[in-house]
Design a protein around this ligand. Structure first.
Ligand code: DNO
Length: 392
């Protein structure tokens, strides 16, 4: 917090008259990921000044995976977010214990803990919970501060380097280059038992992983329906097997398969363009139309990246022409299916000398929000204008 800074009182002046063309405006709910008062260098008052004051995507990062989230910690997180004039309706992530992914005998205990955490989150108004079902590791990159030609830096994946990496060298790389921040999904405590975990996963192939996911989803769906919480599984990042471990959320066919595991629409997706888009064979707008049209996308992660012919990719600004993804077509697909869920800009570059948690600085993500909102408004008004012209 800047010394002496007092957040301004919200203006209560009546809004300007809305042009008839904005009347159809169906807002996506813009959000911003925030890592909490002790683990994020971006204060909430700065987030509030991003155009539109996005909602907060939060989590408790100090509760070990598998344990029930304490009521008072949830309440505290919600109260600090609301005291800053913001809302908390999305959690990313309630991580799933490896025993559930492995289908170990102890899974029922961890599933019951998960159900209890969901009840507690539902009682304070959480609407979407993001999670993933990647064995052992979450996302992977080979460089967390790769220099870009404009002098900024971004996360980078070098295919040739990955071949020589072992899980232990990745952990070492991440802890050396994360600017002192714990990286989400790479919590050292959870990964301390790497060897043991790998041995346990040696008997879990993709079919077993689907079966274990189904067991988990079937068990939590009644709680989600009762407490009105939509579960949003995050794709595997990058979307191919790593270190011999299976990955099952990588393309349209296997997302079809995973959604068919349970018919409830509370069982849905975090549609992450950056994760799925690192495989050029994934037609992202078509997938958004398909899964969004089924009411199965609950949370949209919008990020751009630039793919290279040798399999490398670098994360980019959100602007279409800076990367390989056409953000206009992506946002248009969301608009076409009448998406009213939550969206957030995803990883940004580090620009203007900012330092912080790799991928999660303020400036480039705020620019991402402005750009995504601009695309949405232009598409929305274009559609309204077309309709008005047809009626005339
Ligand atoms: C990385 C994130 C992931 C994501 C989880 C969701 O920056 O995209 O860690 O939050 O996979 O559970």
């Amino acid at each position: 917090m800047v010394d002496g800074y007092r957040p301004p009182v919200r203006s209560v002046a009546s809004p300007p008259a809305i042009s008839p063309l904005i009347a159809t405006f169906q807002p996506m709910k813009m959000t911003f990921r925030w890592f909490g008062e002790h683990d994020d260098c971006i204060p909430l008052w700065q987030v509030r000044q991003i155009p539109g004051s996005p909602g907060i995507v939060g989590a408790l990062f100090d509760v070990p995976v598998g344990e029930v989230w304490p009521v008072e910690k949830i309440a505290h997180l919600k109260s600090i977010v609301e005291a800053a004039g913001l809302t908390l309706e999305v959690i990313e992530s309630v991580n799933v214990h490896d025993d559930i992914k492995l289908g170990a005998p102890s899974r029922d205990r961890y599933i019951e803990n998960y159900r209890e955490t969901l009840r507690r989150l539902g009682r304070v108004g959480i609407k979407v919970v993001c999670y993933n079902f990647m064995p052992v590791f979450d996302w992977l990159r080979t460089d967390l501060a790769h220099p870009l030609p404009d002098g900024s830096n971004a996360l980078f994946y070098e295919a040739a380097k990955v071949k020589d990496l072992t899980p232990a060298t990745v952990l070492d790389l991440f802890s050396r280059s994360s600017n002192g921040f714990k990286l989400p999904g790479w919590e050292p405590e959870r990964l301390a038992q790497l060897k043991e975990l790998f041995a346990k996963y040696s008997v879990v192939d993709a079919d077993k992983l689907y079966a274990n996911l189904k067991y988990f989803i079937d068990a939590i769906m009644p709680v989600c329906e009762e407490f009105d919480i939509r579960m949003a599984i995050h794709p595997d990042d990058p979307p191919w097997p790593m270190f011999g471990l299976p990955r099952i959320v990588t393309n349209q066919a296997n997302i079809d398969r995973l959604l068919a595991l349970n018919p409830s629409t509370y069982h849905g997706l975090t549609f992450c363009t950056g994760s799925l888009g690192s495989n050029g064979a994934n037609d992202l707008p078509a997938m958004i139309r398909r899964f969004g049209g089924q009411g199965r996308i609950h949370f949209a992660h919008c990020r751009n990246l630039k793919r290279f012919p040798n399999g490398d990719f670098t994360e980019a600004s959100h602007l279409s022409t800076d990367g390989s993804l056409d953000m206009y077509e992506i946002v248009k697909a969301y608009h076409d299916v009448g998406f009213t869920g939550y969206v957030r800009p995803d990883h940004g570059r580090m620009i203007w000398g900012e330092t912080g948690r790799p991928g999660y600085g303020l400036y480039d993500r705020a620019l991402g929000i402005a750009y995504l909102n601009g695309l949405w408004e232009a598409i929305d008004k274009g559609v309204a204008l077309d309709r008005a012209r047809r009626r005339a």
